[in-house]
Design a protein around this ligand. Structure first.
Ligand SMILES: Cc1cc2nc3c(=O)[nH]c(=O)nc-3n(C[C@H](O)[C@H](O)[C@H](O)COP(=O)(O)O)c2cc1C
Length: 303
């Protein structure tokens, strides 16, 4: 498994809680890291710009105190997401703050990072169109570093499936919108519980980049989700949350296709305990399907 040193002994399950515009703030990130997965937030969520320093100081302080009180627990490092696009006029400032405060992990969007995050078909927010089966196996042919898979992973079976394909970490977004600590209105969480994959629409209208959104929120904004026009790409704007009157993320709710499995909005700690149980169960059931002699022979060949 190609995990960077910082993640080798600090995770309860191989999961990154991905950055979520508007939705992820200190409460969500602290709860994720305390429960043993990487928590992250987009720097742009901290507004105005000086609030970023307050958020990072608070997160580092609370996680440090918690680890000191519970030395036996795996407290995961946190990450800050930087949108590397010309419309983000805070980028230089935000990177300076993260460097000064020694943020453990930086996740870049719209520019390749040091490790590869495969954002496949069905992911919440900006997403690709490739099947994860095609993408992960192809990337593994030329990339030896950490591979992180994202897109419609909502339960422990999804995490186990990502690792079975060869990814090192699962990157989960939408599932964490439906948690107690997420900064999302109750109606948004209720929609994630109520609707399923067929209620997700893929469009570039709202930000200029194709992404997945909850069709009922598109309809509530007065648009026909089955008949959306193409975006004007010259108006791409990631700093303000979109290029329409109804703002992407605030009024038009981003969502991956993996919402059929979301039945509640529990506290993060409870959700991560559940994900852990499901992940272990999925791995056990998978291993049990293998003939014992084939497993023994494969282990011997690998040694
Ligand atoms: C509401 C919402 C907001 C998002 N905001 C960001 C963001 O600000 N930066 C980013 O890199 N990705 C963002 N994403 C994409 C996620 O980080 C991640 O790639 C995606 O959620 C994974 O797919 P899943 O939602 O199906 O788990 C967002 C996704 C959602 C659903």
């Amino acid at each position: 498994m190609a995990l960077p040193d910082i993640l080798k002994n600090s995770l309860e399950i191989p999961v990154i809680g991905s950055p979520l515009f508007i939705v992820s703030g200190p409460e969500l990130v602290i709860a994720q890291c305390k429960a043993g997965i990487v928590g992250s937030f987009p720097a742009l969520n901290a507004r105005p710009a000086h609030v970023l320093e307050e958020w990072i100081t608070r997160i580092k302080g609370e996680l440090g105190e918690y680890q000191a009180k519970h030395p036996e627990k795996k407290v995961a490092p946190f990450a800050v997401n930087q949108i590397c696009h010309a419309s983000n006029d805070r980028l230089a400032h935000d990177i300076d703050v993260c460097t000064k405060l020694e943020v453990p992990i930086i996740i870049t969007s719209l520019r390749p990072p040091a490790e590869v995050i495969d954002v496949c078909a069905g992911a919440g927010g900006h997403a690709g169109t490739l099947s994860p089966f095609a993408l992960v196996r192809e990337v593994k042919q030329w990339f030896n570093g950490t591979v992180i898979l994202s897109g419609a992973l909502s339960d422990g079976w999804g995490i186990a499936g990502a690792l079975a394909m060869g990814a090192d970490l699962a990157y989960m977004g939408t599932r964490f919108v439906a948690t107690a600590e997420a900064n999302a209105e109750q109606a948004y969480k209720d929609h994630l519980i109520q609707y399923a994959a067929e209620d997700i629409v893929y469009s570039n209208l709202f930000t200029g980049v194709h992404g997945n959104y909850l069709a009922p929120s598109v309809a509530a904004a007065g648009l026909d989700p089955n008949n959306l026009p193409e975006a004007d790409k010259s108006k791409m704007n990631f700093g303000s949350g979109g290029n329409m009157k109804q703002k992407a993320w605030k009024d038009i709710w981003g969502s991956g296709q993996g919402i059929g499995q979301i039945k509640d909005a529990p506290p993060v700690a409870e959700l991560i305990e559940r994900l852990k149980r499901e992940y272990v169960q999925a791995a056990r059931e998978f291993a049990e399907r293998m003939p014992a002699e084939a497993l023994t022979a494969s282990r011997a060949a690998a040694e």
